[in-house]
Design a protein around this ligand. Sequence first.
Ligand code: FBP
Length: 342
Amino acid sequence: MATRIRPGSRITTIERHIMDKQTDFPDATGSLTNLLYDIAVAGKLISSHTTRAGLADILGSTGQENVQGEEVQKLDVYAQQTIYQLNDHTGRLAVMGSEEEENIIPIPDKYPTGKYVLLFDPLDGSSNIDFNVSVGTIFAIFKRKTESGRGTLEDVLQKGTEVVAAGYIVYGSSTMFVYSTGDGVHGFTLDPTIGEFLLSHPDIRLPDPPKYYSANQGYQSRWSEGIQRYTRWLRGEEGATRSLSLRYIGSMIADIHRNLLGGGVFYYPTDSKVPKGKLRLLYEAIPMSFLIEQAGGYASTGQGPIRDIQPTKLHQRTPLFVGNRELVEKAEEFIAKYDGAS
Ligand code: FBP
């Protein structure tokens, strides 16, 4: 549970924590450390806008539509530009990819390139901004595949097993930065009085027994028999020995953050309206899967690990079941039994 900063206890800033983690990698150059730190700075800037959203002319839509066919919110644009402008000139990245940009984002020719690849969803759940519901930034970092020069699509289309680091920043009642470099999951809370992310949730592990299940049950009639029975099992039917509480915010990042701290499963399956699923593989499903698996959980398409999917397109979608391992494996069981999937 959250660590209260008691008098005399160690105060760990995110810089300190990332630097300490860097010592685990003897040949580290500090490039990943600085990249993570720049993302934290982007989070602080975006947070300063989300917290004042109702006062500043930053609520509402731009009237534009993005490559996903979704209305682009003003804060989407601000978040996109902030993350881009903090990372395009540092010489740490070969290429970027974002939910808001149709194609991969090259590093401008005037700037040097580096060994990392940054994929991000600048503002997940942005359709909830105007209702003051928690939203967030999601990111995944890979090492480039190509030798040198401007990065290419090949550098972006990497499996979840290749993730070097991933995380999210949730803009809620407080702003939290949660990340992993493959050595556990750690949470930092932004102290707005000093503008610093301070370690508040070290080494997060998914609690057991889990408490919550999160899915948009408004779509239940469109789900397969296996998923409808699974949902009934989560509610204590279908021979289940316990029932979980339903919680659905409609911002994946907020729903998964709650489940990470309280235990549970989040799922967004395919259905007749979204035959490939809604959520995007590279900058939504893969980073959240990496984090949840680092916290002792599991992430699946319903038929196998998210981390094993070989991406073929930047904005590829996938069904997603993520949370406590036993709950996600149960989903795979119901789908295999009733939907005839292998
Ligand atoms: P974006 O806002 O980044 O496009 O994310 C998609 C999302 O808002 C998720 O955060 C959320 O879980 C899901 O869509 C909600 O979809 P629905 O309204 O269909 O339940």
